[in-house]
Design a protein around this ligand. Structure first.
Ligand code: LLP
Length: 421
């Protein structure tokens, strides 16, 4: 459930009509609902409540400081994958002991940043990284708390580009080698083992792959404890999928996920960490755009929007579906027609949807892409020298710009022409 509903024929974000924001901010823009973010975060907390737990929001899904502050103030931890994300979480007021650091390629400089600022745990993905982290920590006179990310060889059954738990994927340590790696970790001076980590992919629409992975994790916990390791935390990763269409998708709910977590690892007495990104932010955000032109093609009509693949790359990158809805709702039974919905960028890949059935829209009309709150603004670029899209947060009947649109002047000023040119 989200808080983007039609009231008096106009799509609202909570109590604010979207045309009001469009008039003030210009299009395109992202808009997030504070109430929806909060609700989705609380669903996870409730789902895990019987167990000691920390819900760490995956900052990669939406790194805006206002979003992180909202979640951090509710008690959320953060899952970060770069020094930049770490610094964002800290700038949003999240203490280091609620931040886990994931990712296959942490640099020594990034490790230092996190150790200096305070960190709950590094999720380490290779023996090489383990040794580097030990060196960095030992040189600082510190000890790095570590969970080793294991690769359980489970197929998440999701899009090829976002499945991460199969043995050929670049992520984690093969689960069969885990005991040897933990033995090495125990010998390293700068490392303190605290737990085990797993993340098998994103946009999972079934519980079975999670369940298979978590059962393997439970077995490994028992084996590692028998080897003398202090396994206190299990980081179960993120990945729970969301419905991208209103009609035919029904991914498992956080409550079902929580019950499965209790069933598979609840008996181990570990603190449970999870790293959801998409489920918290995805359906808490829209991308709002305006129609620039309606173009009649050879055999189809194109709706040319002022948003493009650089603003929301998921359709061109993953073939992802986003529902597109008119901001002004037509009367019931109003005629529709199929449109190819495209942006102004100069490649055919800049296509959001083909043959999408929409009302008879005209120049200047507003449309909204649903489910754009996760992996939307964070993946935007300035391709075609298009300014990064602004972001707006709504809470009740008020809103604020939480990232403004840069001016062309600012964009130009970032480049330097060498004096010898
Ligand atoms: N933890 C780790 C270690 C991850 O790699 C990810 C996502 C998450 C947590 C959060 O997963 P979520 O709950 O959001 O599914 N750009 C792609 C998604 C990439 C996901 C990468 N890792 C997309 O737009 O679909």
């Amino acid at each position: 459930m989200d808080h983007f509903l039609y009231k008096s024929g106009l799509l609202h974000a909570e109590d604010v009509p979207l045309p009001e924001i469009a008039a003030a901010v210009g299009t395109p823009f992202y808009v997030y609902s504070a109430a929806t973010l909060e609700r989705h975060y609380r669903l996870f907390v409730e789902a895990l409540a019987p167990l000691p737990h920390l819900v760490c929001f995956a900052v990669k899904a939406n790194g805006n400081l206002a979003v992180l502050k909202l979640l951090g103030d509710l008690g959320a931890g953060m899952d970060v994958v770069s020094a930049g994300e770490y610094l964002r979480a800290r700038a949003a007021g999240v203490p280091g002991d609620r931040i886990v650091f994931s990712g296959v390629g942490k640099t020594r400089a990034e490790m230092r940043t996190a150790l200096e600022g305070g960190i709950r745990q590094f999720n380490v993905e290779s023996e090489a990284e383990l040794r580097a982290l030990s060196d960095v920590a030992a040189a600082m006179g510190a000890t790095a708390p570590v969970a080793v990310r294991v690769n359980p060889d489970v197929d998440a059954g999701t899009h090829e580009k976002i499945a991460t738990g199969r043995k050929g994927d670049k992520f984690g340590i093969p689960i069969g080698r885990a005991r040897a790696v933990y033995a090495e970790a125990a010998r390293l001076p700068g490392i303190a083992v605290t737990g085990i980590d797993v993340h098998i992919g994103s946009q999972l629409t079934a519980l079975a792959p999670f369940e298979a992975a978590y059962r393997k994790l439970a077995e490994l916990t028992v084996a590692l404890r028998a080897d003398g390791h202090d396994i206190r935390r299990l980081d179960l990763g993120g990945g729970l999928g969301i419905p991208y269409t209103r009609s035919n998708e029904a991914p498992p709910l956080p409550a079902d996920y929580g019950a499965m977590v209790r069933r598979t690892v609840g008996h181990l007495g570990c603190e449970i960490e999870i790293e959801p990104g998409r489920l918290i932010a995805g359906n808490a955000g829209l991308l709002v755009a305006a129609v620039i032109y309606v173009k009649t093609g050879e055999d189809r009509d194109f709706l040319i929007l002022d948003a493009a693949m650089n603003d929301l790359v998921r359709p061109s990158m993953y073939g992802a579906h986003h529902d597109i809805v008119p901001v002004a709702e037509g009367p019931p039974g109003a005629p529709t027609q199929p449109f190819d919905v495209v942006g102004p960028v100069c490649e055919t890949g800049d296509t959001f949807a083909r043959g999408r059935e929409l009302p008879l829209l005209a120049e200047g009309d507003l449309v909204a892409f649903r489910s754009a709150g996760a992996y939307g603004a964070v993946m935007a670029s300035e391709y075609n020298s298009r300014p990064l899209v602004p972001e707006v947060m709504v809470k009740g009947d008020h809103y604020a710009v939480i990232r403004r649109r840069p001016s062309f002047d600012e964009m130009l000023k970032r480049d330097t022409i060498p004096e010898w040119l």
